[in-house]
Write a protein that binds this ligand. Sequence first.
Ligand code: GUN
Length: 281
Amino acid sequence: MGKIIDGRAVAAEACLGIKARVQAIAEKGVTPKLAVVLVGDNPASRAYVGMKEKKAAELGIATAGYKLSAEISEDELIALVKELNGDASIHGILVQLPLPKHISEERVLMNISPAKDVDGLHPVNAGMLMTGRKGFVPCTPKGCVKLVESTGVDIAGKNCVVLGRSNIVGKPAAILMLAKNATVTMCHSRTENLGDITRGADILISAVGVPNLITADMIKPGAVVIDVAQCRVNDAWRGDVDFEGALEVAGHITPVPGGVGPMTIAMLMENTVEAAEKTLD
Ligand code: GUN
């Protein structure tokens, strides 16, 4: 029987350090401030944004919320992003994704100043990560690495399998694990014989969004399993992993909810504080 990784507890621990950093820069007269931009009324996005604003308030991070109509034009949204780039009181800019179909996410993200890109989604920050330089790291994969580390399992030399190749989770997760000296394999929708690959994983990070994609027989005994997915199934949240079955085989496993989600929010707060700290350098 594996151990459940308590994402809420790991996030709470991280938040203690973040709060101390907020207080330290407050003494220098700076309050970190995050602009939170929500376009349209996607209920999940609204809920995520609400959780981010609540956590910010708890930690002493100010927020400026922009709740915009789904009908806003791409140019109008980019004009707002540019205004926020130029506003010295704002340290971080979060544009909640997904955006309505008529707006190019790529164009919007490209227009966020890399210095305020606390989501780590601007190509400059992606390039920094790729080349091992310091930049903003996307919040979810950053949180995944901390969850793996919280188990005490040494990442170096381990086989890490990442499922999913998005710019927001899969690709950065693979690069972060590589930087920790894991041997990394990336799997995706075209991967053949998925189980053969996942069964070799000492660390499995799944970010696909298909409930029960990963069953107990696909998991190496003792593996660390990080389930990034959040799917709505029969009014309950499910990840990619058949949690009950996997718990019997895995060494450590994140639940959904209460695993990766709280860490994503904590890492956004950490990146926002980092952005504010940089303005003092
Ligand atoms: N939508 C789902 N996850 C995220 C995230 O981490 N950042 C942003 N901006 N949008 C998201």
